[in-house]
Design a protein around this ligand. Structure first.
Ligand code: TXA
Ligand code: MG
Length: 364
């Protein structure tokens, strides 16, 4: 192992969690070898991708996949994405069909996940798909992730956070979420996109299951009009009460709040440069110039930072529902949804799976 590693133990006092720096574009061979050996042996490693950090395990190992669900506190019926390093590997796991192939040709490698019919003899543990007949597949852009998959085989990689909580876009955030639950975190710096992949179901008419960096318009430009699941994709905010809670900080969220309506005791997640009553100590500016890609990159870190100030409510600027702004609004709506009664007390605690109401809304 290289000398630039940092050794820390996680906050739960369980297993020791090491953080090892890795060059995402050109990782050292010994890092790749060590990580692949852990994964092939059924262990877990948190690895950066271009979207968010993933909690990775060998997709064909029942034991490893079960360990992922346990480490996250994730309900076992919420299926995982299988990450592959090439189109051939993808085709051995799911039938992409003409729609899937067209989208793969345009957007892979990149922040797009395709839900396809699972091949009967796919080398994927049943726990990955919750025993279902479909499988979610992604070919990530990150060279580091693809090198590791080349060496270790297909990997499941849910976002590296406790179930229901804010996703991690830095090694330090993974440590906060999963320290003591995972032996190794690769530190590849801040995630360049900052929100999870766009998920499109191609088993039938193309259907958007989760907005992401690749906008619905860009997907529709390749496969035609999309059926949307849920109604968070466009238009005015609906009642968050219709959504299940996810991506949630400890503080409550108040959405679409103009600067002049922010209260002095609130935190403020701001788009633009206007001043508010929150003051600078409790303000995180996602983008001074209202650049939505920049806002997406800072979204989860901003929520974590404001949580760290101890505020009980975070007010959020209006975010335009265009491009990656659609994904930002989707995550904020879910983060603002009513929490299960036990959520604030169980998040980060040593508990078993959280209530079903706390799962991600894109699951089958
Ligand atoms: O960007 C990403 O996709 C990140 C990085 C680490 O690659 N991963 C990620 O995984 O966001 P996760 O597990 O946090 O989210 C996977 C989403 C969930 O909403 C899950 O319900 C959905 O994909 N999903 C997985 N398999 C599915 C299936 N067979 N049918 C429908 N939805 C599925
Ligand atoms: Mg997630």
């Amino acid at each position: 192992m290289r000398t630039d590693q940092i050794v820390e133990s996680g906050p739960t006092g369980g297993m020791v969690t090491r953080i090892v720096r890795a060059d995402v574009e050109d990782a050292a061979d010994d890092v790749i070898h060590e990580v692949a050996a852990i994964l092939r042996g059924g262990g877990l490693v948190a690895i950066p991708t271009e979207t968010v950090y993933g909690l990775c395990a060998a997709a064909q190992s029942h034991r490893a996949v079960k360990a992922v669900f346990a480490a996250k506190g994730r309900p076992s019926h919420n299926p995982l994405i299988v990450h592959v390093s090439g189109l051939e590997m993808a085709g051995s796991i799911g039938e992409l069909g003409p729609l899937g192939h067209a989208l793969a040709a345009r957007f892979w490698p990149g922040p797009l996940t395709l839900v396809a019919r699972r091949r009967p003899h796919a080398r994927v543990a049943d726990e990955v798909t919750g025993g279902g007949t479909t499988v979610a597949i992604r070919l990530p852009a990150s060279p580091l992730m693809r090198q590791i998959i080349d060496a270790a085989g297909p990997l499941v990689a849910p976002s590296a956070n406790r179930s229901g909580r804010v996703s991690a876009t830095s090694a330090a955030a993974v440590m906060d979420e999963l320290g003591g639950r995972v032996p190794l975190i690769l530190d590849g710096g801040p995630s360049p996109i900052g929100v999870e992949s766009t998920v499109v179901d191609v088993t039938d008419a193309p259907r958007l299951l989760r907005p992401g960096a690749i906008s619905p318009e860009c997907v529709a430009a390749v496969v035609g009009p999309l059926a949307a699941r849920g109604s968070v994709v466009e238009g005015p905010l609906r009642s968050p009460g219709l959504l299940s809670s996810h991506y949630a900080p400890r503080a409550a969220l108040r959405l679409d709040v103009p600067a002049q309506d922010v209260r002095p005791d609130e935190g403020w997640l701001a788009l633009g440069d206007a001043a508010s009553a929150a003051g600078s100590a409790r303000t995180v500016r996602l983008s001074m110039g209202c650049d939505l890609a920049e806002a997406a990159r800072g979204l989860y870190a901003g929520l974590r930072m404001l949580d760290g100030t101890g505020v009980s409510v975070i007010a959020v600027s209006p975010i335009p529902a265009e491009g990656i702004g659609i994904a930002i609004r989707d995550r904020l709506l879910r983060a603002a949804a009513p929490r299960p009664v036990s959520a604030s007390s169980t998040c980060g605690a040593d508990t078993a799976a959280e209530p079903a109401a706390h799962e991600e809304a894109t699951g089958p």
